[in-house]
Structure formats: C-alpha cells, structure tokens
Design a protein around this ligand. Sequence first.
Ligand code: XMP
Length: 420
Amino acid sequence: METIVIIDLGTNYSQEVARMVRSCRVYSEIVPGNTSAASLKGKNLVGIIVVGTSPGEDPQALGLDPEISKLGVPLLALSASKKHDAKTTMKHVEDFLAKECRTGQDWTMQLFVDTMVETIRRQVGEKRLVCGLSGGIDSAVAAMLVHKAVGRQLTCIFVDHGFMRQNEAEEVIETYSEYDLNLIAVDARDRFLAKIKGVADPEQKRKLIGAEFIRVFEEEARKLGDVDFLVQGTVYPDVIESGLGKHGVIKSHHNVGGLPENLKFELVEPLRQLFKDEVRQAAAILGLPETIIQRHPFPGPGLAIRIIGEVTPAKLEILRKADHIFIDELRKSGWYPQVWQAFAVLTDIRTVGVKDAERTYDYTVALRAVHSTDGMTARWVRLPYELLELASARILAEVGGVNRVVYDLSAKPPATIEWE
Ligand code: XMP
C-alpha cells in the first residue's frame, strides 16, 4: 500500500493534513517528530510531509532525523501557519502527491482492510489472541479484522464492568454471539465498583478502570492457555488525546493511557491510524449490521466517567434510567441518527426543589448531544425544545433522586465531549 508518512512536529494540524492526503486517495500515517529514518524503511513509502515547521525553519533544528532527507522520497514541509489557508494547502498537497510522489491515488478503505488482514496474519502467525469486546464499533471492527485474518485463533472477551447502560450487557452478548468470535462474557461488576470506591478524580478513575480491564483479560487469557496478543480497537484520536502524540494528556482513554507498564501481551491495534468515520466505513466493508455502525460512541470506562465524583450503585441506577429516557426520546423523534453522540451525565450538584409540596434536595442531570466527525472537535446540537422538554419532563417524573435537568451548550474545544 503506497504510504505518505506525515511527521508531526507537535501540531494538531497534522491530522487535517492526514485527512487531506486520504481524501486524495493516498494512505497516510502520522508519526511523531522523533521518528528515525530506519523505522520508516519497511513501509511502501512514496513521500514524506513534515508538518509544523515555521516558514524558513530547518526541520532538523526541530529534532527531525537528518537521515530522513536521504531516504530518496519527495519531502514537503508544511508550516502550521498554513492552517488558516486550507484551500492553498489542499492544492499544495494534491500537487505534491500527483507531481512529485507520482502516487496512483487509488487507495480505498477496502484496500486498507485487505492490507491490514495480511499485516495481522504476518504479525500473529500461529499464535493466539484475546480481544476486549466492548460492544462499540471500534473493538468490533478490530475483532472482525483479526477474525478475518486468523479466524478461531481469536477469543473475544466481553467484560461487564458494571458501568454499561440499561440492558446493554445482555444486548452485547446477544449481538456478538452471532459471530464466530469465541465470545466469553465475564461478570466483573462487583470487582470494578470496589476498585473505584471512594475515587472522585477523573484521571484516577480512568486509570484504575483501564488497569483492571487488563487484569481481567490476563486472568481470562491464562485460563485459555498460551495467549500472546491483546487486540484493541484504539483509534487515532485516543492516541492523541492520551498524550502519545506530541501533545499533552487531555484524558487517558482507557485503552491507551490506562495500560499498565508490565503488560503481559503484545498489542494488536489495527485501527490505530484511523479516524472514527473511517472505522464506520471499515465496519460496512466487514459486513457489520447498521445497528452497530450507527451506534453512538461509548467510552471504555462507561458510565463511571459520566458520574461526576464518586461512583455508587445508587448513582449508576439514576444515570441508567435518565440516559435511557433521553436516548428513547431521541430515537422516537428520529433524532438519534442525526447526532454523533448523545447521553446523560449525573452531576454531583444537588439543589433544592419541591415535590408534593415538600422540599427536595436532589441531583442535577445534564443532557449532552453533539455533532462531530471524529470526536476531536464537536458542536452542541440544537435539539428541538419540544424534544428537550419531553425528555426533561420524563426524567423528572420517572427517575427518583433527580429534581433538575440542564442541557449542555459547550463546544469542544474548550469543553470535551465527555464530562470527565
Ligand atoms: P472526549 O471526552 O475526549 O471524547 O472529547 C471524544 C470521544 O471519545 C470517547 N471517549 C472514549 N472512548 N475510551 C474510549 O474508547 C475512553 O476512555 C474514552 N473517553 C472518551 C467519547 O465518548 C467521545 O466519543
């Protein structure tokens, strides 16, 4: 597969450039600024784009390996200030691909899938793998790719950490039992709850949940005998936001930043270079049903990071009910497929209300619905007042312990999509 490597000297702009290159039907991969020329040699490299230089600046002064310019492929340096002039940069990149790199411009998602299947076969050989299936599209696509590559060498493990939404655990088990994925379901609800008991800090919660996940896998894998690989549905935004790109940690996505240092598996992460919308395209190619493809993203740590502060069984119960009502109303009104992600959050704010002429002092639920393409940026959705009114009225009437509902009007940035 012809590849353009994008060397990221520390600017988010490299993602836009990567997408530009892919939209010209050339596969692109982003690598950090300190990547060595030697590590690029195995790729079918047709060009290199260095992103993040200042005009006239020598990329080597920014830490670029001097051997990179000797690889014998065309090199383009883009300054981050070009960001504001997308049209010129579109044209610039297109000319570079067509005239200097002379690429075939015939890359498709089908080609990515086929190449990835071959890569996995080579990486894994006869060895066995486990995959943590969460029910979301990322881990499902990662599992299907590996299954296509090595069939029953793969065992999928669904860990019910107790932070799933209403009826979700049962639905996941039912859906994925239809595929030949050697699915094992583990009920670890008590264990996870005990692990984060009393923990209010979001990063600590994320890290504890991520680490516990791996421990559960290790235990299950040990029961299976020799297992060498762990398959994860890590996508590119997870990598960046967990600080493994050049940018600081925003939040530790549980399948990246939460990995313990003494991990006993080698990782297989076939989606590590894909954006969320591209994962959906891959899912369609792999034959996954629309219900999975259209499902809103759900974070690995689940409702635990949608409960602000300490997580308790009582709070989980409140949030499950409120979230279910909101999603139910979105579906009934036809809005569910029109928004990228929607959910309820249980804040730790309690306020005074009144019910049956009595004072109440109950929780505030926040509703959030966002438009996005890849989760890296987002806009809040202008849902109809009637829909919000209905959802709010039902939550206040049907969910005990809640006396106030608010709607989140924050874009990402400066907010993030999840509250923790
Ligand atoms: P944020 O909150 O970072 O979310 O703006 C961006 C997207 O990522 C999802 N998300 C996660 N997904 N593990 C995941 O698999 C995680 O730990 C995690 N945290 C956030 C979030 O739901 C949104 O779609």
